[in-house]
Design a protein around this ligand. Structure first.
Ligand SMILES: O=C1C[C@@](O)(C(=O)O)C[C@@H](O)[C@@H]1O
Length: 254
């Protein structure tokens, strides 16, 4: 598997890297969240822009991204507009979604962009091509807040993301039972061992799935999402406790 280095962060080796989301609705709320993060040990910042009140105005989004970058740009920044279909909070047209992502890819202010794989193959390929021209890495994603698909289906989706050229395939699914958590972990291990050419992100959500957010080094997820001031999805652990657990597990595996 190819290792990646982004702003000095080595991805694809060792303990999973911690991504922390910020979900503020206003500039002030976002700046408070980011100030808070300056005292915290994490690896990548995710701006969940679908929560931002001014998301419809691309100039405001760029200005806000500039302010975020000025404070925390020494760390990698992931730009995510999560659509309402997959757990986001702002209903948007596909044209809006694609344009927003393209503009931000070209802004020079982000290191990673999240594109949902079910946006459509052609759109995903277009975003990947543009992102790679601008040295932005693409996380292709899929979220099921209702259930956990079968293992083969999870693997198929992750492979599809990889085949479309994404740098990092990601899937988040909701468990209805402990067997579902095992299904997600088994799919992760199968993808990692048989097919993955690139780093992966997988998680089983909510409290039942929280074990999957610490088990990445064993099963094959290279990143995990942790919460600082606010969580962006059910089951995210506190970032300090998360780092502690990841380090404990890393030492036992070393
Ligand atoms: O895709 C993901 C994963 C996530 O849904 C989680 O379950 O931690 C949190 C989101 O902010 C992020 O964009």
């Amino acid at each position: 598997m190819t290792k990646m280095i982004v702003k000095g962060l080595e991805i694809g080796v060792g303990a999973p890297k911690i991504i922390v989301p910020v979900v503020g609705k206003t500039e002030q709320a976002l700046l408070e969240e980011i100030e808070f993060l300056t005292g915290i040990d994490f690896d990548i910042l995710e701006w969940r822009v679908d929560h931002f009140d001014e998301v419809a105005d691309i100039d405001s989004v760029k200005q806000m991204a500039g302010k975020i970058h000025a404070i925390i740009g020494h760390k990698p920044i992931l730009f995510t507009f999560r659509t309402a279909n997959e757990g986001g909070v702002y209903p948007a047209s596909i044209e809006f979604y694609i344009n927003l992502n393209k503009q931000m890819i070209m802004s020079g202010l982000i290191d990673f962009v999240d594109i949902e794989v079910f946006t459509g193959d052609e759109y995903v390929k277009e975003i990947v091509a543009l992102a790679h021209q601008h040295q932005v890495l693409v996380i292709a994603s899929n979220h099921d807040f209702d259930k956990t698909p079968a293992k083969d289906e999870i693997v198929l989706r992750l492979r599809k993301m990889q085949d479309l050229g994404a740098d990092i395939p990601k899937i988040a699914v909701m468990p209805r039972s402990r067997e579902d958590v095992i299904t997600l972990l088994a799919a992760t291990a199968e993808m990692k061992d048989k097919y993955a050419k690139k780093p992966l992100i997988t998680m089983s959500m909510a409290g039942k799935g929280a074990i999957s957010r610490v088990a990445g080094e064993t099963f094959g997820s290279d990143f995990t999402f942790g919460a600082a001031k606010n969580a962006s999805a059910p089951g995210q652990l506190d970032v300090k406790e998360l780092r502690y657990i990841l380090n404990v597990l890393h030492r036992s595996l070393a």
